[in-house]
Design a protein around this ligand. Structure first.
Ligand code: NAD
Ligand code: MG
Length: 307
């Protein structure tokens, strides 16, 4: 017999007890290749960003967020969740990603929020420097910054990893974080939240991702140091460290092609994560609910152990 109170939300069908092993399907993606940056529109199988499943509860009502890389993958899931939680959202992305960006902006607008697209290349200094100002101007303020854009190109041997790739990976993944965050500070009021996307790669680097993994370790140090610097101003800085998540990053040379069919099978849950599974971590860190959480790295990785 069910001893639970029949008046709990469960009996109203609002909660269900899902098994995390099969809450999302175990995927074995076919070998596929897209030029960088990849598009969600062409990803096979399609990824889940919460388009039909994420339900907001007003936790970010009236907030104004800038999300880099908000067109696809994890950033897109965060953009959808933020909008459904009541925030207006600006997403930054490469001009080649307009198709993905349009779709996400339309989901934001359907949630009744303002959705702004800010296309540009983070390798371009003028764009990097102006991004936070553009977002603040178009949104009428800024109180959440999600530094999420990332470049990941797998290279088997150090001899084949040239300086140009190393510099571009550092520029997009970590140097741009300094520039954008510095520029955002003049807009961010007390109570604001900065969330940086790092990776399990920061602690468990793949031998094919030396440049990428190094940037993620740097992001962890940047996050912890900046968190201490900004805490007295009432601005919280935290990070989210995803494990293997099914996004276009992985098919635009982010993984060696022969690894794709088993992508994510090696974590304790036995499957890759979907972008929608990351969104609640960002919502938690953005909202005032996490007011005493500062300089933390929230690991969302299917059970891989972390330091
Ligand atoms: P994604 O390809 O959907 O997102 C990455 C985004 O970065 C792109 O959409 C693009 O807009 C942006 N970007 C890349 N180069 C850029 C440039 N030169 N200028 C402007 N924007 C640029 O993939 P994702 O997996 O959702 O990646 C989001 C973040 O998550 C990245 O920081 C990535 O390192 C991190 N991450 C991903 C995984 C994973 O398994 N997918 C695991 C750990 C961390
Ligand atoms: Mg993209």
């Amino acid at each position: 017999m069910d001893a639970r109170d029949p008046n709990t939300p469960e009996s109203e069908g609002q909660l269900s007890l899902d098994n995390p092993v099969n809450r999302h399907p175990k995927i074995s993606p076919p070998k596929q290749d897209q030029p960088e940056p990849g598009l969600d529109a062409k990803l096979e199988p399609a990824a889940d960003h919460g388009e039909t499943s994420y339900i907001g509860t007003g936790r970010l009502k009236g907030r104004k967020a800038l999300i880099t890389g908000g067109d696809s993958g994890i950033g897109a899931a965060v953009a959808i969740a933020f909008a459904r939680e009541g925030a207006d959202v600006a997403i930054a992305y490469l001009p080649a990603e307009e198709e993905d960006a349009r779709k996400i902006i339309s989901v934001i607008e359907t949630a009744g929020r303002v959705g702004i697209g800010l296309p540009g290349d983070l390798l371009d200094a003028e764009y990097r420097n102006s991004l936070a100002d553009q977002a603040a101007e178009k949104l009428g303020g800024l109180d959440i910054l999600v530094n999420n854009a990332g470049k990941q190109i797998a290279i088997e041997k150090l001899e084949d990893l040239d300086d140009e790739q190393v510099m571009q990976t550092f520029q997009v993944n970590i140097l741009a974080m300094f520039t954008i965050t510095r520029a955002a500070l003049k807009h961010l009021p007390d109570g604001a939240s900065i969330i940086n996307t790092t990776s399990v790669q920061a602690y468990d680097p793949s031998p094919t991702l030396l440049d990428y993994a190094s940037t993620k370790a740097a992001i962890n140090a940047f996050t912890k140091g900046l968190a201490v610097q900004l805490a007295p101003r009432g601005i919280r800085v935290n990070a989210v460290a995803p494990g293997p998540i099914w996004t276009p990053l992985q098919v635009s040379d982010g993984q060696p092609k022969d690894k794709l069919p088993k992508f994510g099978h090696n974590v304790p849950l036995g499957r890759a994560g979907q972008p929608v599974e990351l969104a609640p971590a960002y919502v938690f860190l953005a909202s005032a609910e996490s007011s005493y959480v500062v300089g933390e790295t929230l690991n969302v990785n299917g059970g891989k152990s972390t330091p």
